[in-house]
Design a binder for this molecule. Sequence first.
Ligand code: 5GP
Length: 210
Amino acid sequence: MSKQGILTVVSGFSGAGKGTLMKALLKKYDYGLSISATTRAPRAGEEDGREYFFLTRERFESMIEQGELIEWAEYVGNYYGTPKKYVEEQLAAGKDVILEIEVQGAFHVRKQFPEALLLFITPPNANELKSRLINRGTESMDKIESRLHRASEEAVFMKEYDFIVVNDDLDECVERLNEIIENEHSRTLRNDSFIEKMSKELMAFKKGDL
Ligand code: 5GP
């Protein structure tokens, strides 16, 4: 079956638990998680080059100009973007790569990589999302309101994604994500060369060969 790396885009409302989910997924399975560039300030405990590359607006804009980003978007007042080099190298080496990005970015990626798999992570209901954002304690009430407002705009785009994954139980969600990506390797459109080889071999059989 397909040995080519699959590019998976994971989006979801801010507070859906994507960060925790990605950490748990990577601990258990071998995926390449792209590290984005951003102009937002690091949160307590975040490290440059681990959660994000934290850049000035000038540096970020120069990356845009130099064509060093696959996609970029402005989200609640800050730039976020995916560096091209890592993704291209990993995919070429046959590794499955995950981008954890918001919806505008996801659709830019789909344009450039039509075979990318788009997954949307959501908590089971809106109240749960609100309490997760409040309990995380990393943002002011003002920022939480902006993020909830943004979530209501993003909800419109959920149906454009290939799969919706409800993040209720972390371990179950990790398994579900891994299963979806694994299954994607079996999709017929990703297995042209296998299909061609199998067909050729079958056609080569001749009557009387047995
Ligand atoms: P946060 O500030 O909570 O870390 O991220 C805010 C939003 O930006 C999240 O929805 C996250 O998925 C998104 N994001 C992170 N990196 C990128 C990126 O490289 N490109 C885009 N378009 N969005 C990103």
